[in-house]
Unconditional design. Structure first.
Length: 433
C-alpha cells in the first residue's frame, strides 16, 4: 500500500526485515527441538543463535535469489554466510519451504490482527463517547432517504457501536483462525521431522500446531480471515456513508471537522467537503477486494501448489495496512465530528408535523376506525403538507372525519416528540451493557 494510506507499525510487520527475522526464528527454534531429540548436534543448534542479533542483508538475499530463483534457499544461503557452512549444515533439516512461509504468514497475520483489534477498541471508545453525548439529541430518521419518524443522534452512534462491537468479535475469531503453524515437511506427513518440532516452534511463536496440513496450511483459514476484514470494511463504509449524507448542504446535520487553513476546492473557496469519509468509502472497496481472491485460494492442487502465493503476497500487507489506516481515520472522524442539533430540529420540522402521521393513524384505529379508512384519512391530509406546504396538525383539526372521532387535544397529544424517545435508555442499556 502507498505511504499515503499506511501507518508505520502495520507496515513494519510486512517489511522484508521482519519476514526474514521470523524465518530465522522458525529455523532456530526448529534446530533447538531437533537437538533435544538427538537428531542434530547440540552445538550445531546453539551455533544458529549466533545470528540472533544480526541484521539480515535484504539486498544480499535478493542477489542470491536472482540466481537461485528460490527465496527460502536464498535466505538459507545468506544465513550460512553469517554462521558458517558447517554450523548451518543441519538448518532446515526435514523441513520444506512452506513450513517457513506459511508459519511466517500466519505470524504476520496474527500480529496484524492485534493491531486491528486495538484499532477497533479505539473506534468503539469514540463511538460510545459520542453516543452518550448525543443520547437525547433529536433528529429525523429516514427510510429511502425520506423523512420517516424521529430518532436521536445518540441512537445513530449506538447502532454503529453495536455493529463495530460485532466486528471486534469477528476480528478476534479471525485472529484465532489463522494462529496456527505447520512444520510437517514435504506433503505434511512428518516423514523427515518429528511432530514435536512443530509443537516446539509453534509454542515459541504463540501459535497452535495445524491439526492436519498437507504441504501447506489449509487456506480456508485465510479465507475466513480476509472475509472478516471485508465485513469490517463494509461497516466502515456504512458509517462513512451516513456522515456523507449528513454533511450534504441541504441536510447539514453533521460535518467532518474543518481545520484552520484547510481548503475544500481549488476553484470554489466556499467548499467544505466530506473528503475523509469519501476516502474511507474508497478504502473499504480496497479491503473487500481481497475477499474473493482469498476464497479462491482455498482450492489448491493435491498437497500443494503456489497459485495462492502471489495473491497472499499482495493481499496480506495491502489489506491489513489499508484497514489499519481506515480504522484510525474513522476514529478521528467520529471523535471530531461536528454535530448541528438545531439543523436536525429544523430539518424535522420542514414538513410541519408530517413525521407524526403513524401516531395519528394508530390513534384512529384505537377509536374504532378501520385501518384502511384511517390510512386514507391521514394520507389525504399528509398530501396537503407535501403538495401545498400546509401544517399537518391544523389540517387534521380541520378535517371533519378526523374530528368526528378525535378531539383537538387528542390530536395535539400525538405530536409529542417525547413519545419517540421514551425507550432510548432501554436501547442504550442493551447496547452498552
Amino acid at each position: 500500500m502507498i505511504p499515503r494510506y499506511s501507518r508505520p507499525d502495520m507496515v513494519a510487520i510486512w517489511s522484508p526485515e521482519t519476514k526474514f527475522r521470523i524465518w530465522y526464528e522458525i529455523e532456530a527454534h526448529a534446530c533447538d527441538a531437533m537437538a533435544d531429540l538427538g537428531v542434530i548436534p547440540k552445538e550445531s543448534a546453539e551455533a544458529v543463535w549466533k545470528a540472533k542479533d544480526v541484521e539480515f542483508d535484504v539486498a544480499r538475499i535478493d542477489e542470491i535469489e536472482a540466481v537461485t530463483k528460490h527465496d527460502v534457499i536464498a535466505f538459507l544461503t545468506h544465513l550460512a554466510e553469517i554462521i558458517g557452512n558447517e554450523e548451518a549444515r543441519f538448518v532446515h533439516q526435514g523441513m520444506t519451504s512452506s513450513d517457513v512461509l506459511d508459519t511466517t504468514f500466519n505470524v504476520q497475520l496474527v500480529r496484524a490482527a492485534d493491531i486491528l483489534i486495538a484499532d477497533m477498541e479505539g473506534l468503539l471508545a469514540a463511538l460510545k463517547r459520542r453516543a452518550l453525548e448525543h443520547k437525547d439529541t433529536i433528529r429525523i430518521g429516514r427510510s429511502h432517504g425520506i423523512h420517516a419518524e424521529p430518532t436521536t443522534m445518540g441512537l445513530t452512534f449506538a447502532r454503529f457501536y453495536a455493529e463495530m462491537d460485532r466486528n471486534l468479535e469477528r476480528l478476534r475469531v479471525a485472529r484465532a483462525e489463522v494462529a496456527t503453524g505447520a512444520i510437517s515437511g514435504a506433503v505434511g506427513t512428518f516423514a523427515n521431522i518429528d511432530p514435536s518440532v512443530e509443537a516446539h516452534v509453534c509454542e515459541k511463536l504463540g501459535l497452535k500446531p495445524e491439526p492436519i496440513s498437507t504441504q501447506v496450511i489449509p487456506r480456508d483459514r485465510h479465507a475466513a480471515f480476509f472475509a472478516a476484514l471485508g465485513v469490517v470494511g463494509s461497516s466502515i463504509e456504512n458509517i462513512a456513508t451516513e456522515i456523507r449524507h449528513m454533511q450534504r448542504t441541504e441536510v447539514l446535520e453533521a460535518e467532518e471537522f474543518f481545520s484552520k487553513g484547510q481548503k475544500g476546492s481549488s476553484a470554489m473557496p466556499h467548499k467544505r467537503n466530506p473528503v475523509l469519509t469519501e476516502n474511507l468509502t474508497g478504502l473499504a472497496r480496497l479491503v473487500r477486494m481481497a475477499v474473493v481472491p482469498a476464497m479462491e485460494n482455498v482450492a489448491l492442487w493435491h498437497e500443494r501448489d503456489i497459485s495462492h502465493s502471489s495473491v497472499e503476497r499482495n493481499i496480506g500487507p495491502d489489506t491489513t495496512v489499508t484497514l489499519d489506516f481506515a480504522l484510525s481515520r474513522l476514529t478521528s472522524v467520529v471523535d471530531k465530528l461536528v454535530i448541528y442539533p438545531d439543523n436536525m430540529i429544523a430539518n424535522m420540522n420542514k414538513f410541519r408535523g408530517l413525521v407524526h402521521s403513524q401516531r395519528v393513524l394508530l390513534a384512529l384505529t384505537q377509536k374504532g376506525v378501520s385501518r384502511e379508512d384511517a390510512y386514507t384519512l391521514v394520507q389525504r391530509n399528509a398530501m396537503k403538507v407535501w403538495e401545498q406546504g400546509a401544517d399537518f396538525m391544523e389540517e387534521l383539526k380541520g378535517d371533519a372525519d378526523v374530528r368526528a372521532v378525535m378531539s383537538e387535544a387528542e390530536i395535539e397529544e400525538k405530536f409529542d416528540l417525547g413519545y419517540h424517545t421514551k425507550h432510548v435508555d432501554t436501547i442504550f442499556a442493551r447496547v452498552f451493557s
